[in-house]
Design a protein around this ligand. Structure first.
Ligand code: DC
Length: 233
């Protein structure tokens, strides 16, 4: 463990099932940095849409509902705080209904503008932060200290997600793999801020790495980049 102090922004983008969240949390803790899970914000927006009873495919209605919702997330790695209009939705955002509908909600440009503004405000309040999402290096923080794009083979991603959810049968794993493919396809092909590595991102493939090895790599890249910029490292 390094004693160096990190200041700056680490962006961690990539598709679902790469272990991104647990890597981002662990890296933030090791770096003494704040942590922002932008996927949780799109998931919270989806809760607001579902509760309002509007069709997640109706972009205008979705934009209206999300504009009126108060979405709040915490920025510490140790505890997760996600609220919509003062109600704790931290558990609900991980449920199947939200997961099924979040790609549609996150494809709406007005929703993205609103949440990106909020993300930039949260980042501005921290002198060291790890931010995870899909478009953080490309759109939200193009001037970040270091940009990492975490990827893994689709089979490895489906297996990991299955293990997390306690699913074991080949049918369950296959259904999960199909859902991951569908979400990747939606997130990568949408017109606004599609999932892709920034031109200056370091691509880390976690297919054959365990979580600790990936965290080590992220921490090393962050400290090296901060050092190269002459920031505190
Ligand atoms: O990382 P996650 O699975 O919690 O993200 C949920 C959804 O939100 C995912 O389908 C893509 C979307 N998302 C996004 O469009 N932009 C981000 N910065 C983060 C997430």
């Amino acid at each position: 463990m390094s004693a160096a102090r990190f200041a700056g922004q680490v962006t961690l983008d990539g598709p679902s099932g790469t272990g991104k969240s647990s890597v981002a949390r662990a890296a933030a803790t090791r770096l003494g940095a704040a942590y922002l899970d932008t996927g949780a914000m799109y998931r919270a927006a989806t809760v607001a849409v579902l509760d309002a009873g509007v069709d997640p495919e109706d972009a205008e209605a979705v934009a209206r509902v999300v504009a009126a919702a108060r979405i709040e997330v915490g920025t510490t790695a140790a505890t997760e705080r996600v609220e919509v209009d003062g109600t704790d939705v931290a558990e609900r955002i991980r449920g199947a209904e939200v997961t099924r509908n979040v790609s549609a909600v996150s494809a709406v440009p007005a929703v993205r503008r609103q949440l990106v503004d909020q993300q930039r405000d949260l980042v501005a309040a921290a002198d060291a932060v790890v931010v995870e999402g899909r478009d953080i290096g490309t759109v939200v923080l193009p001037g970040a200290t270091v940009k990492i794009y975490l990827t893994a083979a689709p089979e490895a991603r489906a297996q990991r997600r299955a293990a997390q959810l306690g699913l074991t049968t080949p049918e369950e794993v296959a259904a999960l793999a199909a859902d991951l493919r569908r979400r990747d396809e939606c997130d990568s092909s949408r017109a606004d801020s599609p999932l892709r590595p920034a031109a200056d991102a370091v691509v880390v493939d976690s297919t054959d790495l365990d979580r600790e090895a990936v965290v080590d790599r992220v921490v090393d890249l962050a400290l090296a980049a901060a050092g190269a910029r002459g920031v505190d490292a």
